[in-house]
Design a binder for this molecule. Sequence first.
Ligand code: PGA
Length: 251
Amino acid sequence: MDRKKIVAGNWKMNMTMEQSNSLIAELKSISTNDVEIKIAPSFTNLHHAVSLVDSCEIEVIAQNVHFEERGAYTGEVSTEMLISVGINSVIIGHSERRKYFNESDNILSKKVKTAIENNLNVIFCIGEELSERENNNHFNVIKDQISIGLFGLDNQQINNVVIAYEPVWAIGTGKTANLAQIQEMHNFIRNLVRDKFDNNISENIRILYGGSVKPSNAQEIFSLKDVDGGLIGGASLNFTDFKTIVLSANG
Ligand code: PGA
């Protein structure tokens, strides 16, 4: 199955407008037809970032969205607002949202539903804590996160979802899951999708790995059978590192 790889940079709460502008100017020099490049700046930089990438291959995506379509939710941003500034995709369920903002599986399932029903594509993040892996509970955790978050979608809607497996203990820690752990979990996720939907959907869905991906390990991770690219945090803030990671996904 030929799934086009994705390399997505999650900038988190980093980058002023000036810093964002100059990183985008550098990123536009990356040339590849084989990889979908995405960047997720903060809300304040989205509109301008969309105008800067303009006709190049980079897609600007959002880091979060609210589950209600509009109303009295001070400080929140809706699907309609994102679409109105040219955004077509959003990250939902990042472990930092789960942990620091108490986003439960049920809240995330509402976010996924609202986003998909309003024509946004979703990168849905899942991942276990270290203690859950140490207690050999990681497969159950992933199964619950994915079932609650995604399995309310129908066979059409699931095609607009990319899954990102990000073991929490590997995010921002410099500690990457080993290759066997990554392939094993990605294969488990693909099988869950097959059991719930169908073989065709499971063969086509893209499953990204995230958690301390860097220039030195990107190529071996991206070459695993069920890995279709990466969600990159820290290393996406540095042009040279991000470029090397993108090119590691090539071919
Ligand atoms: P990291 O973050 O690459 O800095 O580990 C990954 C992520 O949070 O998506």
